[in-house]
Design a binder for this molecule. Sequence first.
Ligand code: SAH
Length: 345
Amino acid sequence: MKANIYDYSRDALAEYFLSLGSPKFRATQVFEAVYRHRIIAFGDITNLKKEFRDKLKEDFYFGSLSVVKVLVSEDKTQKYLYRLTDGNLIETVLMKHDYGYSVCVTTQVGCNMGCLFCASGQIKKIRDLTPGEMVMQALTIDDVLRKEGNRVSHVVIMGIGEPFDNYHNVTEFIKIINDVKGLEIGARHITLSTCGIVPKIYEFSQFPLQVNLAVSLHFASDDKRSRYMRINKVYNLEALFEALHYYYKKTKRRITIEYILLSGINDSLQDAAALVRLVRGLNCYINLIPYNETGMFKRTKSTQARLFFDYLIKNGINVVTRKEQGHDIAAACGQLRIKEMICKD
Ligand code: SAH
């Protein structure tokens, strides 16, 4: 069976070429053609011998995503709804910042984590995405930006799915987009967000690239966290924070703690105090996230959010409030996909 060329990191491709008796540097040539020159037919890689191009044609194909819909919000955030070759729908968000363009990538079709406040988990995981399906999300958008002289400069792995439930494919994806012959996105411009799959946090501490790690904490006591996030019943806060301390010790990379403010649920000053106790001593910063209302929860009012924020500051915690984007186009994880599926049924 033919393989999608976008599924391959340069190392994986080199290994394959070596097994065919071709030199390793062929992988670099192919990468340059595919990612730098955006060639989409092997016959067009003219610096390769005809026989080698024919061999490539036999073994590989260029995958693609079809764009079903692009929604543009007032703040210029764009949401792409893509259809995969097997018919499944995924979504990718493009955000414009003063520092560049970031793309929020989906890692799975659906999600099994079942966090109660998150739209993605309303539909169970159907399958993992391949590295190439993640690469194509960024590449398709980068192709559009290129025409305007811009590029994707940042990637956040925070779309539908739990990246650590698809560890191998996600780390291969990171290698491809980070590769200087690939999309050349600096490791420090790549952020992966997990709900807290503890063994994978240990594994990720060995990952050679300096990628940012974000953790969806959202609740500072086991009692509350287990009520809204099933993962906490498997890996509780003690296990999670032990892993995070280890991760910091190993990598010396500051961790981002994500905290959605949910009205009347986790936004009191007692919650803030519990949060301060929990993160004390960990080199991290807290990202307070305005909730995108998707059903049963309400977002925290701005006056209360301010009190919560000030409490953290007063206690010497690094905290930022995430700027909200794409509110009017259902940019929260999984929202658009669900809408589209419901409309279709
Ligand atoms: N599974 C990963 C990554 C995907 S979710 C994780 O849990 O981190 C990315 C972030 O968006 C998480 O912090 C998640 O909790 C948050 N999120 C989910 N639904 C949201 C909503 N409706 N409004 C705001 N943030 C949301």
